[in-house]
Design a protein. Structure first.
Length: 257
């Protein structure tokens, strides 16, 4: 028997988790579509002075908020599987390997979540776009080009938060969600405040980063060493998602019964 990965066992595990949670997943998708309609309705910019007049949808707001809602629903689904000690024992005693369990988690957390997220926007955005153009006789723009970078960063942020929460669920025995959110807040503080402050004060001239003033960072970007350190700090969280999934595998392997 292959103890590392079996496609048959993996398929059975995915089927089992789908049958246990499909009502919640389908219901969550319906709520997500309705939420997207609401956000698109609330976030638009009417410009009556232009000829022809037009609506500008704040797609980035709908994009980021719906991504967050989608992540919450997916994590809620997984939390139902391991939210008690009894369920954790049942989960880890299943006749599946650690890699199969991790692959099943990844399947629902990343591809399924992103597909549901994209499908919800694919339904809500065209409908709202055509509705505004038809009823108000306007030219509707969807989003500006400079918003694309924000959307890309939003996906990375939410995938990183997901990975951190999953790792916390398998690391802490009691009050896992609360402890995980506290850990995330601490990490956020270290990455975006304390670490840059310490780094700039130690490496750069005395007129550098002082008193937590983020205005001086703009000056430091032009410094040879400051620019290198500053870019490194910004890129560091980008790799955190991979570290978390790697650590999650070994944490699950440690608990495998």
């Amino acid at each position: 028997m292959n103890n590392i990965f079996s496609a048959k066992r993996f398929a059975l595990l995915v089927r089992k988790q789908w049958l246990e949670n499909y009502l919640l997943l389908i219901g969550s998708f319906i709520v997500l579509v309705a939420f997207d309609f609401f956000v698109l309705y609330q976030n638009n910019d009417w410009d009556a002075n232009r000829k022809p007049s037009y609506f500008h949808f704040n797609i980035s707001a709908a994009y980021i908020l719906s991504l967050g809602v989608c992540s919450v629903f997916i994590l809620l689904t997984y939390f139902r599987i391991i939210n008690t000690h009894t369920k954790q024992i049942a989960y880890y005693t299943q006749p599946t390997s650690t890699l199969e369990k991790l692959a099943a988690i990844f399947l629902f957390m990343v591809p399924v979540m992103l597909i549901a997220f994209g499908a919800a926007l694919s339904i809500s955005v065209p409908v709202m776009h055509s509705a505004y153009d038809s009823f108000y006789h306007t030219t509707t723009t969807l989003f500006a080009k400079d918003e694309a970078a924000t959307m890309k960063d939003a996906i990375l942020v939410f995938l990183t938060l997901q990975a951190l929460i999953l790792l916390g669920m398998h690391t802490f025995k009691r009050y896992a969600i609360v402890k995980t959110f506290i850990a995330i807040i601490i990490l956020f503080f270290l990455f975006f405040y304390a670490l840059p402050g310490v780094t700039f004060n130690w490496i750069l001239p005395i007129e550098g980063f002082r008193n937590g003033s983020f205005d001086t960072i703009s000056y430091m970007r032009n410094h040879e060493y400051g620019q290198m350190v500053y870019k490194g700090i910004l890129y560091l969280p980008s790799y955190l998602v991979y570290v978390c999934w790697f650590a999650l595998y070994f944490k699950m392997k440690e608990k495998q019964l």
